[in-house]
Design a protein around this ligand. Structure first.
Ligand code: NAD
Length: 508
C-alpha cells in the first residue's frame, strides 16, 4: 500500500504540479506584477510549486472579461438548453478525471485520499444537479388579481458572480458555487484559497476543455486581503458568495457595503453532538468519531462539542479513548489513512495553541499517535479535551482540527441551553431512541442544519447554511436561485382599470 501511495504521488507530481497561473478570458496568464508565492506540501513542508499572485489588475481584467461575456457575449443570449449542456459536459469531464483530481487534492491539502475521492465525485454531481434544477425548479409564479391584473415572476441572472472559497474541501466547494452561478446564467470570477491552488487550477483546465465561451469563467489566485478584497470591492461584481471564517465574512460585508454587494455567507461552526443515555451507543460512537476526525477535523459541520449524558458518560468516553490510538494517522495518499496532516504550518500552530490554552485553563488532553515517520508533517493526532466547561476557550472557539471537546449533562433542558451557548449555529446532532425528544431537541437547538441519529449525510436538494455567526442565507437546492438570480415581477393589466387623472380638467 505504501508503494501504491508513492506511485500515485509520483504521477501527481509528474502531471499536475506545474506553476499555477490565472485563468482570465479563456487563457492562462501570469500576474502583471510577475510576483508569485510558494505552495507547500503539508506532509513534508517542501515547496510543491509557485502560484502567480493576483491583485487588483488581474481582478479588473477578470471582471471585465466576465462582464463582457455576460452583456455582449453569447452566454447571456444563449438558449437555456445550450447553456446547461456546458454544465453536463463539465460534469462528464470531471468524472473522467476523478482518479487524478482526488490524489491531487490530497497531495495539496493533506486530506486523506479515501475522503477526497468521494468529494470529487460529488463535485461532478453538483454540475449535473444544477443543470437539472434549472430545468425543473427554476420556475416563476403567477398571481391573478381579480379580473384586472395578472402578475408573474421570472428569475433573471444577475451578472458577474464573485466566488470566494476556502481550502478545507476546495474542489467540492468551488464547484458547489460555480455550478449554480453558471446554470442560472451568470458569469464567474473565482478567487480560490491560497493554500490549495492545485485543484482550483485543474478545475480551470477542465472547464477550459468544456469549451465555454471566453470570459464566462475566470480564476484569479492570490491572497485574500489583496485579490479577494479587490473582487469584493469591484463595482461591476454584483454578488459575492463566500465560504470561510466568520471574521473574514464580516470583513467582506464591510468592504462590500459601498457597492451594496449581495452576499451569501457560509461561515464557521462549533457544532454540538448530544448523546442521550438511551442512544444506540455503538452507532453514536462511530458517528461522533467520524464527524470530528474525518477531513482531518477541518470540516465546517464537524461535531466538535460532544455532550454526553452522565449515565453513560464513563462508558462512552472510555470507548472514545480506546478508539483514538487505532485511528490511522499517516500519508494522505494512502488509502488506509483516516487522518492526514493539516493544510499548513500556520494552521497547525493555531490548533496546537488551542490545546495549550485548554491545558492552561485546566482541561485534560488525551491524544492518539502520530507515527515517527511523519514527524515533519503538520500532524495533530486525534485529540479529546476532557474536564472542561462550556465557557472555556476550547469549547467556544472553532479549532478546525481533529479535536473534540467532551462535556456531560443531566437534563434535556440543560443540554439545550449549553448547546446554544456559543456564537455559532451551523449544525447539530442528537442521538436518542426517544423520537419525541429527538424532535424537541432538534427544534430547540439554534442551527441551520440538524441531524437525528445520523452523521452528516446530505441530499443536494436541501438548503445548506447556518444561523447566528455561522452564516447568512441558504445555498443548495432551489434555495440557491434566490441568491444567484434576480426575481422580477411583471404586472400586466388585463383591461381598463382605473388610473388617477392628475391635472385633467373636470368635464363641464
Ligand atoms: P478564510 O476566511 O481564511 O479564507 C477563505 C477565503 O477568503 C480564501 O480564499 C481567502 O483568500 C479569502 N479571504 C481572506 N481574507 C479576505 C478578504 N479580506 N476579502 C476577501 N477574501 C478574503 O477561511 P479558511 O481558513 O480558508 O477556511 C476555513 C473556514 O471556513 C472555517 O472557519 C470553516 O468553518 C469555514 N467553512 C465554512 C463552511 C460552511 O459552509 N459554513 C464550509 C467550509 C468551510
Amino acid at each position: 500500500m505504501a508503494q501504491q501511495a508513492e506511485e500515485i504521488r509520483d504521477r501527481v507530481i509528474r502531471q499536475h504540479t506545474q506553476d499555477v497561473r490565472h485563468y482570465i478570458n479563456g487563457r492562462f496568464v501570469d500576474a502583471d506584477s510577475g510576483k508569485s508565492f510558494a505552495n507547500l506540501n503539508p506532509l513534508t513542508q517542501e515547496r510543491i510549486n509557485w502560484v502567480s499572485e493576483g491583485g487588483q489588475a488581474e481582478i479588473d481584467r477578470a471582471v471585465a472579461a466576465a462582464q463582457e461575456a455576460f452583456q455582449q457575449g453569447p452566454w447571456g443570449k444563449m438558449k437555456v438548453s445550450e447553456r446547461l449542456s456546458y454544465l453536463y459536459k463539465i460534469a462528464d469531464i470531471i468524472d473522467e478525471h476523478i482518479d487524478e483530481i482526488a490524489p491531487l487534492e490530497s497531495y495539496d491539502t493533506g486530506l486523506p485520499i479515501s475522503q477526497t475521492k468521494n468529494m470529487v465525485a460529488r463535485s461532478a454531481q453538483n454540475f449535473r444537479f444544477y443543470a437539472e434544477m434549472v430545468n425543473s425548479r427554476m420556475v416563476g409564479e403567477a398571481y391573478q388579481v381579480d379580473d384586472e391584473f395578472l402578475n408573474y415572476t421570472i428569475h433573471k441572472p444577475i451578472g458577474v458572480a464573485g466566488l470566494i472559497t476556502p481550502w478545507n474541501a476546495p474542489f467540492m466547494l468551488e464547484t458547489w458555487k460555480i455550478a449554480p452561478a453558471l446554470a442560472t446564467g451568470n458569469t464567474v470570477v473565482l478567487k480560490p484559497a491560497e493554500w490549495s491552488p492545485l485543484t482550483a487550477n485543474r478545475l480551470a483546465e477542465l472547464i477550459d476543455q468544456a469549451g465555454l465561451p471566453e470570459g464566462v469563467f475566470n480564476v484569479v489566485h492570490g491572497w485574500g486581503e489583496k485579490a479577494g478584497a479587490a473582487l469584493v470591492a469591484h463595482p461591476d461584481v454584483q454578488l459575492i458568495s463566500f465560504t470561510g471564517e466568520t471574521a473574514t465574512g464580516s470583513e467582506i460585508m464591510k468592504n462590500g457595503a459601498d457597492t451594496l454587494k449581495r452576499v451569501s455567507m457560509e461561515l464557521g461552526g462549533k457544532s454540538p453532538i448530544i448523546v442521550f443515555d438511551d442512544a444506540d451507543l455503538d452507532r453514536a460512537l462511530d458517528a461522533c468519531i467520524w464527524g470530528i476526525f474525518s477531513f482531518n477535523g477541518e470540516r465546517c459541520t464537524a461535531n466538535s462539542r460532544l455532550f454526553v449524558h452522565e449515565q453513560i458518560a464513563e462508558r462512552f468516553i472510555q470507548a472514545l479513548k480506546e478508539r483514538l490510538p487505532h485511528i490511522v494517522v499517516g500519508d494522505p495518499m494512502d488509502d488506509r489513512t483516516q487522518v492526514g496532516p493539516l493544510i499548513h504550518q500556520t494552521h497547525y500552530e493555531n490548533v496546537k495553541r488551542y490545546l495549550e490554552i485548554a491545558r492552561e485553563e485546566g482541561a485534560e488532553i488525551v491524544s492518539g499517535q502520530v507515527p515517527q515517520a511523519y514527524k515533519q508533517g503538520n500532524f495533530v493526532p486525534p485529540t479529546l479535551i476532557l474536564n472542561l466547561t462550556n465557557d472555556q476557550t476550547a469549547a467556544q472557539e472553532e479549532i478546525f482540527g481533529p479535536v473534540l471537546t467532551v462535556m456531560t449533562f443531566k437534563e434535556e433542558a440543560e443540554v439545550i441551553k449549553v448547546a446554544n451557548d456559543v456564537k455559532y449555529g451551523l449544525a447539530g446532532y442528537v442521538w436518542t431512541q426517544d423520537i419525541q425528544r429527538a424532535h424537541r431537541v432538534a427544534q430547540a437547538v439554534d442551527t441551520g442544519m440538524f441531524w437525528i441519529n445520523s452523521q452528516n449525510v446530505r441530499d443536494l436538494r436541501i438548503p445548506f447554511g447556518g444561523s447566528k455567526a455561522s452564516g447568512i442565507g441558504r445555498e443548495g437546492g432551489h434555495y440557491a436561485f434566490d441568491f444567484y438570480t434576480e426575481t422580477q415581477v411583471i404586472h400586466v393589466a388585463l383591461g381598463e382599470h382605473r388610473i388617477p387623472q392628475f391635472g385633467k380638467k373636470a368635464s363641464p
